[in-house]
Design a protein. Sequence first.
Length: 99
Amino acid sequence: MNNFDIIWTLEAENDLDGIYEFYLQVSDLLAHKIISEIVLEADKIIYHEEFQVDDINPNYRRIIIRHFKILYRIVESHIIIFAVFDSRQNPIKLKKLQL
């Protein structure tokens, strides 16, 4: 566990909702499993420079789980998660995100 409060921005929560709705069409169990994995991955952040700087948006760090990028920053004692991005999409879309 980490010593940070995790804050999910509205955009990141919307990303999770979209991922959940997409996989819900395949399987309720799969949708819950993927969302749980993504959320639990954020709990693994222990210190500021633990995960990689994102190659598309270098102002953020990233965690990759399955084929999703969790983009975050640490501000004081908070982990602020800004986006969850399906990395199979065109990376130009990620550059265009207003993070």
